[in-house]
Design a protein around this ligand. Structure first.
Ligand SMILES: C[S@@+](CC[C@H](N)C(=O)[O-])C[C@H]1O[C@@H](n2cnc3c(N)ncnc32)[C@H](O)[C@@H]1O
Length: 332
């Protein structure tokens, strides 16, 4: 069997020497993927999804890499479908033949974890950091008392890119960013730098931030943002953060994290204030998702298994972490 490491190296690095069995396995995957592509192209899509994932496999705690097994979990999937009602980006909710989209997983898993951790209460108030126009904002407005969505809303980089995550029109015409009917008086949009939020300590019941802190200016800035979220959340509250995880330790990127960098630069320095709610499950990806990543920057095959991304020598996916703010220690 091909190891995770060999597979990643083979797919992103220079050609490696594989034995006959490994070569045959890789070839089978390539053929299977070619067939799948053809089926998708002709829109004759088989109904049975996720061929390699046994039901409930790969589900441990809440902190995890993008996890295709979640789509087979009825509770999680029901939330995913419910969330779609609030989303303009319908392609992120596709599920045919395992061709899932990691942003849909991220948004859903953030809400799923917050719900599991008792955060979706009618009297709760939340802050989103680098929240753009994501559907999570609108879903939350229907489930808690108030949502403060923050972002550098007028920053050209994110206004003009493909996803147009942070257009200024959002603040003025936020109704255009969700097809759902929500009470917009429960949402406040604020232009705030995530590394310096400006709110008082212990203001919100929980905070969330998805695929954003890595873009705030490197690992140090990402840590500042995590600490800021920890500061403005009440003791016992939750901070839910998704960022980009490089799949191999030797991968290098100015913004994304290897597994050891994630621990050394983010989790450990924040530990006095924030503790992970459970151990991180790093073993969620099966062969199909590793072998069938999205090739960047062109984003070819964007509509297929949008779980692992490849760019030159590196390969990455999302990781979702849930932290609980420690209660204040009283002196004896
Ligand atoms: C990849 S987008 C993600 C948007 C949204 N969270 C989502 O998942 O769709 C990154 C976001 O981070 C925002 N951003 C970049 N630097 C920021 C900063 N220093 N403070 C707050 N937001 C920032 C961008 O404007 C953009 O909306």
């Amino acid at each position: 069997m091909i190891s995770f490491r060999t597979l990643v190296k083979t797919l992103v690095g220079a050609p490696r020497s594989l034995d006959d069995e490994q070569r045959a396995e890789l070839e089978w995957l390539r053929q299977e993927n070619a067939l799948l592509r053809e089926e998708v192209r002709r829109k004759r899509l088989p109904a049975a999804p996720f061929p390699s994932i046994p039901r409930d496999a790969g589900i441990k705690g809440l902190c995890e890499l993008t996890n295709p097994a979640r789509y087979l979990s009825p509770d999680w999937f029901a939330l995913h479908m419910d969330l779609e009602r609030y989303a303009m980006d319908k392609h992120c909710f596709q599920t045919f033949n395992g061709a899932i989209y990691r942003k849909g997983w991220e948004w859903t898993h953030c809400l799923f974890g917050l719900r599991e951790l008792g955060m979706l209460k009618p009297d709760h108030r939340a802050i989103g950091v680098g929240a753009g126009r994501e559907c999570v904002i609108y879903y939350l407005a229907d489930h808690i008392a108030h949502v403060t969505a923050t972002d550098l809303y007028d920053q050209a980089d994110w206004v003009d890119d493909g996803g147009k995550e942070a257009s200024l029109t959002l603040v003025e015409r936020s109704k255009a960013h969700t097809p759902a009917t929500v009470d917009f008086s429960k949402i406040t949009f604020e232009t705030r730098d995530g590394t310096s939020l400006g709110y008082s300590d212990d203001t919100f019941d929980f905070a969330w931030s998805l695929s954003s802190i890595e873009h705030f200016g490197g690992h140090e800035a990402a840590l500042r943002a995590l600490r800021e979220m920890g500061r403005v959340v009440k003791p016992g509250g939750i901070v839910a953060v998704a960022t980009e995880l490089l799949l191999l330790e030797e991968h290098r990127h100015p913004e994304y994290f290897t597994r050891s960098q994630l621990m050394r630069d983010l989790v450990e320095p924040a530990a006095a204030q924030l503790e992970l709610v459970d151990d991180v499950n790093f073993d969620t990806l099966t062969y199909e998702y590793l072998a069938d990543g999205v090739v960047m920057p062109a984003g070819r095959d964007r509509k297929r298994r949008h779980v692992v991304l490849n760019d030159g020598d590196i390969q990455w996916t999302s990781i979702m972490l849930f932290f609980r703010k420690r209660e204040l220690r009283r002196s004896p």
